[in-house]
Design a protein around this ligand. Structure first.
Ligand SMILES: [Zn+2]
Ligand SMILES: [Zn+2]
Length: 213
């Protein structure tokens, strides 16, 4: 699986484009804003996306979904239904994040733990990882051993849990059961900042070692 990274919004959110190397079919993950920038990159790469996938419903991850969905005439898929309240609260999130007002929207379908999303010949495993938000999901591609984790896990850190319905204990459990159960070599693509690996975070992440409870 090829992964292109397009940082968007003042939060430098890593919008990702997943490309099946065999079919060149692509999916956009977490288009948080700046739709023109995302379209320009896709055009430059000669890619026509087939779907939009969302890890969770924070505005910096979903802000360009409606525009890109209309532009490419493609469906928005995910996150898990427990993030519905965040999508309904998009106008409030616009104020909270200091963004231009954004209307609420609904995806074409929600995702559940254990679902498989097909992008060309790629098969992405969906894992429900509540904690940062209750409906957060991650996408694991086992052949190339890469996982897109949104705001669940970062290099040397974990997602915030001080937002409404955030839950630190659940986040820790999600990371332990759904991410640290993956092979050490798996490359972790986070919603913000650099990539890391499962093994590196298992060995060094201070939030998971008990040092920060
Ligand atoms: Zn978030
Ligand atoms: Zn984020």
């Amino acid at each position: 699986m090829q992964v292109l990274t397009i940082p968007v919004t003042p939060f430098m959110q890593n919008c990702r484009v997943l490309v099946c190397p065999t079919s060149r079919i692509a999916a956009i993950v977490d288009p948080g804003g700046e739709p023109e920038k995302i379209i320009a990159r896709l055009t430059e790469e000669g890619l026509k996306p087939k779907m939009i996938l969302l890890t969770h419903a924070h505005l910096d991850h979903v802000g360009a979904s409606t525009k890109l969905g209309e532009y490419y005439d493609i469906e928005i898929i995910g996150p898990h239904k427990d993030d519905l309240f965040w999508l309904e609260a998009l106008p409030m999130q616009s104020q909270m994040f200091g963004f231009e007002n954004h209307a609420a929207f609904l995806p074409s379908s929600w995702l559940n733990d254990g679902d498989t999303v097909e992008v060309g010949k790629l098969k992405l495993e969906v894992r429900h990882c509540p904690g940062h938000t209750p409906g957060h999901v991650v996408f694991y591609e086992p052949v190339s051993q890469q996982v897109l984790v949104g705001d669940v896990l970062f290099k040397g850190s974990v997602g915030r849990t001080d937002f409404p319905k955030g839950d630190a204990a659940k986040l820790k459990h999600s990371i332990e059961s759904k991410l640290f159960s993956l092979p050490n070599e798996v490359v972790v693509h986070s919603g913000h900042g650099e990539n890391t690996t499962i093994g590196y975070e298992k060995a060094t992440n201070p939030f998971m070692s008990g040092r920060f409870g």
